[in-house]
Design a protein around this ligand. Structure first.
Ligand code: GLU
Length: 510
């Protein structure tokens, strides 16, 4: 790496929820920038007014904040290359498009949408089912290459709508070195004459990305593999407009694949297989359609980020759990795989479980408290809540599991699984629990080992096996067959509540 300050960008189009693949692109950008002490820029690519979705931009910022991947420069954070929203940079792009026309690398095209449709029908053949506006067809269309100079000027002067298209050269080899794929070669004849400037004066992505990467001094551009086919046009634009000298190094990140087949993971796969693909909940303001995100599903940002880093990267040692700081230190483009990475929801949950165990409960306690409140359980004793979360965290994969795993610590269970104890119930057992209540009422130290000791002594005296009595006690305290150690539960909920629940079940059983 030379000594130029590293500057990378994430350049989303604010058109909807942020997909796993998008957040992974953010993450790799962020890790790379921070590993090299550089800047991470967020640029909003909103030049396609027809795809504008209200709220989508704010949503992107919220997601980045949740993930802890804050940009150094953006439309919100500002910076020396503002504005960072392409729609606000509109006046800037036209001169570059015009420069290209002057240089002979681009041309005005006056074709109406109807004429373009007609082209697609007229030139459709078995070998060429979707004809493109390219070197072969441009000669048959209405543009400044086919019209006389005078006629083209007349159309421009009379405000006829036009676009500016790149004139892709014929049979030229275009090559570049991708940081992940190595040497990549294209033949220019394969690409179409992409629109650079639209009739509304807005640039397309192709022009805007090159101009802004140049003006914002981007040194490395990471984006999804789906952009690889556009790379030849971008490389040529770099060459025509700026010489190639300051062109960023490109890295086309492999796709995140469906868990059960080939192809890019989509929102539909998530709906079909029952897992989220968006970072956070997203409601489409146009259709009202709601999509669940990882956050609301109960993922910790630490786990989400860790899981995403491992989708396409590893450090070569087999280590799987990484903090963001460790990732920053170890992340290296050389270890990003070329092939797509299959998304595995079970593995994603495994990461979350590991992180729930690893983090101090204080990190997620407020979130769990909110989840309880949503279920109508208001918790005021934070010390008690911490104790409870410590007791059950081993059993929770998602944050939402805490409510199910521990609500009996805060309220008497709504239901008791009587069927689990009734068939083997005897009068002898009733007597045991009556004894136990008496002993527990008199105990000095309400601690789990003391409670266990007392329980076992009475069992022995009654000639009952403790094993046969543990399940009933669990059903009494929890309502069902789950949860941490019964005596730990009794210790936590306290004497009155323990005795109340034992009595309650004895009454139900008889
Ligand atoms: N606006 C493009 C997108 O939404 C950005 C691709 C790039 O990073 O160049 O995917």
């Amino acid at each position: 790496m030379d000594d130029k300050r590293v500057r990378v960008r994430f350049a989303p189009s604010p058109t909807g929820g942020l997909h796993l693949g998008g957040v992974r692109t953010v993450l790799f950008n962020y890790l790379f920038a921070k590993h090299h002490g550089g800047d991470f820029i967020l640029r909003i690519e909103d030049t396609d007014q027809t795809r504008f979705v209200p709220g989508a931009e704010e949503y992107i910022f919220n997601c980045l904040q949740w993930c802890g991947l804050q940009p150094d420069e953006s439309a919100v954070h500002s910076g020396p290359y503002a504005p960072y929203r392409q729609s606000e940079r509109k006046p800037l792009y036209k001169q570059y498009a015009e420069q290209l026309v002057k240089q002979g690398h681009a041309y005005y095209a006056f074709d109406t949408p109807e004429e373009l449709d007609e082209m697609r029908v007229t030139f459709k053949t078995a070998e060429n089912p979707s004809p493109q506006y390219n070197h072969a067809l441009r000669q048959r269309m209405r543009n400044s290459l086919t019209l006389s100079e005078h006629e083209a000027q007349r159309l421009l002067d009379s405000n006829t709508p036009y676009v500016i298209r790149i004139k892709m050269p014929l049979d030229e080899e275009i090559r570049f070195t991708d940081m992940i794929r190595g040497e990549v070669t294209f033949n220019s004849s394969q690409a179409d004459d992409k629109v650079l400037l639209k009739a509304d004066g807005m640039p397309t992505y192709h022009l805007a990305v090159v101009v802004d990467d140049y003006l914002m001094k981007i040194t490395h551009a990471f984006r999804g593999e789906e952009w690889l086919p556009s790379a030849p046009a971008h490389i040529l634009l770099w060459k025509y407009l700026f010489g190639l000298e300051n062109m960023p190094q490109w890295a086309h990140l492999p796709l995140i694949l469906k868990p059960d087949g080939n192809g890019k993971l989509s929102k539909r796969d998530g709906d079909r297989l029952g897992f989220p693909v968006f970072a956070m909940d997203w409601t489409d303001p146009r259709s009202g359609e709601k999509t669940t995100g990882f956050k609301e599903r109960g993922f910790l940002p630490e786990a989400f980020i860790n899981m995403l880093a491992m989708l396409g990267w590893n450090d070569g040692t087999g280590q799987e759990i990484f903090t963001l700081d460790e990732l920053l230190e170890k992340f290296n483009m050389d270890r990003v795989h070329k092939g797509g990475a299959k998304f595995d929801y079970e593995k994603a949950k495994w990461y979350n479980h590991e992180w729930i165990k690893k983090l101090p409960v204080a990190n997620y306690q407020p979130l769990v408290k909110e989840l309880f409140a949503e279920k109508g359980i208001e918790i005021s004793d934070d010390v008690y809540l911490t104790k409870v979360l410590e007791l059950v965290k081993e059993r929770c994969t998602l944050l939402t599991d805490f409510v199910q795993q521990s609500s009996f610590f805060f309220q008497i269970p709504a239901e008791f699984d009587i069927a689990a104890v009734k068939p083997k119930w005897t009068e002898h057992k009733t007597q045991f629990f009556v004894e136990l209540i008496r002993a527990y009422e008199l105990m000095n130290l309400w601690q789990h080992d003391e409670l266990e000791k007392e329980f076992k002594e009475i069992a022995a005296a009654s000639q009952l096996k403790p094993g046969e009595l543990m399940l009933p006690l669990r059903i009494m305290l929890v309502g069902a067959k789950f949860g941490p150690g019964v005596f730990e539960i009794a210790a936590a909920i306290g004497r009155d509540e323990t005795i109340r629940r034992i009595k309650h079940l004895l009454a139900l059983i008889q």
